[in-house]
Design a protein around this ligand. Structure first.
Ligand SMILES: NC(=O)c1ccc[n+]([C@@H]2O[C@H](COP(=O)([O-])OP(=O)(O)OC[C@H]3O[C@@H](n4cnc5c(N)ncnc54)[C@H](O)[C@@H]3O)[C@@H](O)[C@H]2O)c1
Length: 259
């Protein structure tokens, strides 16, 4: 982030859930935000909401797995908002199944969106961050990026790989003033979680809530606050890290709350 110019941010997956809250939080911080989503209509509606509230926002319909679409959307953001400082790669999908249960097409789509998406976002954003002389990149991984989860083979593989990607971005570009980090939430109350919990192969919500020491799912706004921190000067020495926000879920074996 630079002090003399208005912060310019790109958020993928900005139409819903964590990406939406991150975009709103960045706009409240004063950033001009570019909202990328495959659901362009919802992204545009959010951009309009931000503009009505006095902020600066544009929206683009883009599939994060499509290099040309990601490049066009990021370049448009750079033109509209005179550069780029902050990148949040939040677009993602959660398809379930073991390697035997899952169709090969679902494996490839998961990797395309959840891993190639953050890669393409970094690939097309980095030249602009370098031009600015620094900036920050945050990708949303998951607690499934630091441990396995039964029935989530492709999702876990993609989210572990995002942690590896972020570590390499940190090593390759830290010396150029670009900090790269990952955020690893456990379940967050978003449309993605609702959709997952409606899956017959996935246990019900209370099963997962019982495994969280804080006893509930995170709110998207709580995750957005971590993203806000990691992309701010407050986190000026944080690079190549994964920030786990999981209510204590991965701290150790948790059996039950005392009566
Ligand atoms: N909700 C959770 O419990 C949870 C937990 C850990 C990590 N995450 C991760 O957080 C991120 C955001 O998830 P969420 O819960 O906000 O989900 P969500 O479904 O509410 O929002 C995801 C957004 O990404 C967009 N998107 C999906 N595929 C896309 C593509 N190919 N190109 C462009 N946009 C695309 C969707 O249209 C949607 O607007 C994801 O990467 C997800 O894996 C979510």
């Amino acid at each position: 982030m630079v002090s003399s110019k208005q912060e310019s941010a790109v958020v993928t997956g900005a139409a819903s859930g964590i990406g939406r809250e991150a975009a709103l939080a960045l706009a409240r911080r004063g950033a001009a935000v570019a909202l990328l989503d495959r659901d362009g209509a919802k992204a545009r509606a959010l951009a309009d909401e931000i503009v009505r509230a006095g902020g600066r926002a544009i929206a683009a319909t883009a599939d994060v797995a499509d290099s040309a679409q990601v490049k066009a959307a990021i370049d448009a953001a750079v033109t509209a908002h005179e550069g780029l400082d902050t990148v949040v790669a939040a677009a993602g999908i959660a398809l379930t199944g073991s390697v035997l249960q899952m169709a090969e097409a679902d494996w490839h789509r998961t990797i395309a969106v959840n891993l190639t998406g953050p890669y393409l976002t970094a690939r097309h954003a980095m030249p602009h961050l370098l031009e600015r002389g620094g900036g920050s990149y945050v990708a949303i991984s998951s607690d499934a990026g630091i441990r396995g989860s039964m029935g989530f083979a492709a999702y876990c593989a993609s989210k572990h790989a995002v942690v590896g990607l972020v570590r390499c971005l940190a090593l390759d570009h830290g010396h150029q003033g670009i900090r790269s980090n990952a955020v690893c939430p456990s379940f967050v109350d978003t449309p993605m979680a609702d959709q997952l919990l409606a899956d017959d192969n996935v246990p019900e919500k209370s099963f997962y809530e019982r495994r969280v020491p804080l006893g509930r799912f995170a709110q998207a706004a709580e995750v957005a606050r971590v993203i806000l921190h990691l992309t701010s000067a407050e986190a000026s020495y944080t690079n190549g890290m994964f920030y786990v926000i999981d209510g204590g879920t991965t701290a150790g074996t948790y059996t039950a709350a005392p009566a």
